[in-house]
Design a protein around this ligand. Structure first.
Ligand code: GLA
Length: 722
């Protein structure tokens, strides 16, 4: 899969359908040659245009700045005349530093390496190319890692930077990867949105000025994804997705010749890292892909890759949840929880998630108690053990909400440890949702959180936790770190989150962590490594959820998307919809309920067990099948059609959702995807040839009804026609 040709000095990496090639210029400088559909080995160095408009340094050593700015560097660095986005920048005690890393060694490892402290893809049948480069002036030594897997059309990249010099060096940028792409008109794909409107795809013409997607909040936020895509008008989509949960930068630049540079990594604006002699800094991984099949190809590649190589045990005991947040908000106690649980018992629900407010003094609004992860005597006088026993008697397990990264001013934790709050000396830290951020760079804080959360998990025999994060970082100063490490807080914060979650999973191997951040503000590949499911949005309105799910599922498998049935009219939109529609639209993810089911009508209650049965029957398809968006609802359209087909093409389903019916309309015709041409399929009692469904299509039901949802399941039959 990976080879090096001594003669042409080309590194050639193959995935099942793509090739990624790099060359060494003057035997020293690592340069990009080609990424795209799979090609055989040959001398591709003509693609560099050396002698066309740049000369290699061996011929014009004084023209380094010209050479540096034109070369399609694999890992561009600061200070020698590359004026585009670079991957690495540093300073030493004497001031600025320019870098010129040159190749010193390379190796091919027959495995995928882990990354200390960071989430990372994994899997057998992988090869990793390690390329070692050194900057002789500073002593910085770089290792670039490129992994290919036998069964995935991605190239996974990361870098490690070691201070091999004699004095401390301060990194001020360390991106994960850069990709050079040739000229050609096209559009960038990024994601935008807001709270309750997360993960909306954004297409923009690529051109001068480039495209940026970024977060400087400490998490990707509601309005971004650590992702950059580029779709050529002629076809062919390239993308980069960062396995990281903090501030990120994803950028596509166009130079004066129309060539592009795409780069992703930790946002340099909120990053500095001190390297003492011998210290190593590891960047997060970036997942690179190319597909000739546009967004459909991208979705298939990423879904498969994340299910196979990033989410640990993606099928692991996923519970059907009932959550009390939208049922009670803060206003609950043990009796109220058990009264809802009684209604849920026997319907197929597995776990009752007690949301915000069960701890400390039993807060009744979003202020106070964060940090005091002990059961409230007022709301739960018998503690978690008693609550858990009550639920167990009804056949339910206990799940608990935590917001570990935060602390309230009115909390025992803050009274004892005021110095554990992120703050700048001399200024009161800014509150948001009446809370402050804990300093996770401090190991004592991390230890406290692991101990207190573990105690609650043990006491309540908790099998699931919802890990929330309801504000972004500000006043990022630490009493723990020395002055010249204050710039490390942003990255150390997220390393702290990873460490705590990893330790909790090690202590409780059957625990499910569902990450959440005010809805979907930290829905990223990094979180997927720890939590097989992530809360997608606080907005559970069926129309809005269809839009949000659609954007989220462009990148993430349905098995990762937390999705609940809530009340009508919904608290966020005020929209009224039927229980049936809310149930069907919530099925395309990790299913659950989040409403006061004690107030449902008899008919609605009876639908719950039918919905859960249907969901359980379809779940293997949703979790393991190939997903296609046949008609996007986008931000404005009136209907959505999705399709899921099992890998063996024997089963599938079509999801039809009509937000608004059309006057003087008729049934919609869609061509299906992913079926076998050699099979027939039975759909609603009628048999169709696979090729007819793929090429000619099928009609969907014609319904004069707004907010109408239907799942049409189908299965393959032996071919009656030859
Ligand atoms: C966030 C979450 C909600 C809920 C509340 C509790 O907003 O997204 O689901 O848990 O916090 O305060």
């Amino acid at each position: 899969m990976i080879s090096y040709d001594n003669e042409t000095k080309i590194f050639h990496l193959d995935t099942p359908h793509t090739s990624y090639c790099m060359a060494l210029i003057d035997g020293r400088y690592l340069s990009h040659l080609y990424y795209g559909e799979r090609i055989g080995r040959s001398d591709l160095t003509y693609l560099l245009r050396l002698h066309d408009y740049i000369l290699p340094p061996s011929e014009r050593p004084d023209e380094m700045a010209t050479f540096w700015d034109r070369l399609p560097h694999e890992y561009p660095t600061e200070g020698r005349g590359d004026f585009r986005e670079t991957c690495l920048g540093a300073r030493n005690a004497g001031g600025l530093l320019s870098l010129e890393p040159v190749l010193t060694d390379w190796k091919i490892h027959r495995e995928k390496k882990t990354i200390p402290g960071l989430p990372a893809s994994f899997g057998d049948n992988a090869q990793t190319l390690e390329i070692d480069l050194t900057d002789k002036v500073s002593g910085l030594a770089l290792q670039l890692f490129y992994t290919v897997f036998q069964d995935a059309d991605v190239v996974v990249r990361s870098a490690a930077v070691r201070n091999g010099g004699k004095a401390p060096i301060y990194l001020n940028r360390a991106l994960s990867a850069c990709l050079s792409l040739p000229e050609g008109k096209g559009k960038t794909l990024t994601f935008g949105g807001a709270w309750a409107r997360e993960h909306m795809p954004v297409w923009r013409e690529a051109g001068y000025g480039g495209t940026i997607s970024e977060s400087r909040r400490g998490a990707p936020g509601h309005s971004g994804q650590p992702f950059m895509g580029f779709l050529y008008d002629q076809g062919g989509l390239y993308g980069m997705h960062l396995i990281y949960s903090g501030s990120y930068l994803a950028k596509l630049d166009m130079d004066s010749f129309g060539d592009y540079r795409m780069a992703v990594g930790i946002h340099p604006d909120t990053f500095e890292w001190k390297l003492e002699t011998g210290d190593i800094f590891y960047t997060p991984e970036a997942v690179l892909f190319y597909t000739p099949l546009g967004t459909e190809g991208m979705t298939g590649i990423l879904h498969d890759f994340y299910r196979l190589h990033l989410i640990r045990n993606f099928k692991k005991n996923r519970p059907i949840l009932i959550n009390n947040w939208e049922a009670t908000y803060f206003d609950f106690d043990k009796d109220r929880i058990l009264s809802i649980a009684k209604e849920a018992a026997g319907l197929g629900v597995d776990t009752f998630v007690v949301d915000d407010g069960w701890f400390g003094k039993g807060r009744m609004q979003p202020s106070g108690d964060l940090g005091d992860w002990v059961p409230s005597k007022k709301k739960l006088p018998g503690g978690l053990r008693d609550l858990s026993a009550g639920l167990k008697a009804l056949g339910l397990k206990l799940g608990l909400w935590f917001e570990p990264e935060m602390v309230s001013e009115d909390s025992d934790l803050f009274r004892v440890h005021p110095d554990w709050v992120l703050h700048q000396e001399g200024r009161a830290p800014a509150k948001c949702r009446d809370q402050w951020v804990l300093d996770l760079s401090n190991p004592q804080v991390r230890e406290y959180l692991i101990t207190s959360i573990s105690a609650a998990i043990r006491e309540g025999e908790v099998s699931y936790i919802k890990w929330d994060m309801n504000r972004m970082l500000s006043d990022a100063g630490s009493s723990f770190l020395p002055p010249d490490r204050q710039g490390e807080i942003w990255h150390r914060h997220i390393l702290g989150v990873y460490e705590i979650q990893e330790q909790l999973l090690a202590l409780f191997p059957n625990l499910i962590i569902e990450n959440c951040a005010s809805g979907g503000a930290r829905f990223d590949p990094g979180m997927l490594y720890y939590s097989p499911q992530i809360w997608c949005s606080d907005n559970m309105d069926p129309v809005d959820r269809a839009r949000i799910h659609e954007g989220t599922a462009m990148l993430y498998p349905l098995s990762a998307i937390g999705s609940h049935v809530s009340k009508s009219p919904g608290d966020i939109t005020g929209r009224t919809s039927s229980f049936r529609t809310r149930g069907i639209t919530a099925m395309f993810g990790c299913f659950g309920y989040e409403l006061d089911i004690t107030g449902l009508t008899g008919d609605e209650k009876s639908q719950i067990s039918r919905q859960i049965d249907r969901y359980k029957e379809l779940r293997p398809l949703f979790f393991e099948g190939d997903y296609y968006c046949l008609h996007p609802i986008g931000e404005k359209d009136r209907y959505q059609v999705l399709e899921i087909v099992s890998k063996d093409k024997q089963r599938g389903c079509i999801f039809f959702f009509q937000a608004l019916s059309e006057a003087n309309g008729r049934s919609l015709r869609v061509r299906l995807k992913g079926l076998s041409e050699d099979l027939c399929y039975e759909i609603r009692g009628k048999v169709y040839r696979g090729d007819a469904l793929l090429k000619a299509g099928i009609f969907l039901p014609y319904v004069k009804q707004d907010f109408y949802a239907e799942i049409i399941a189908f299965k393959a039959l032996p071919h009656p026609w030859t």
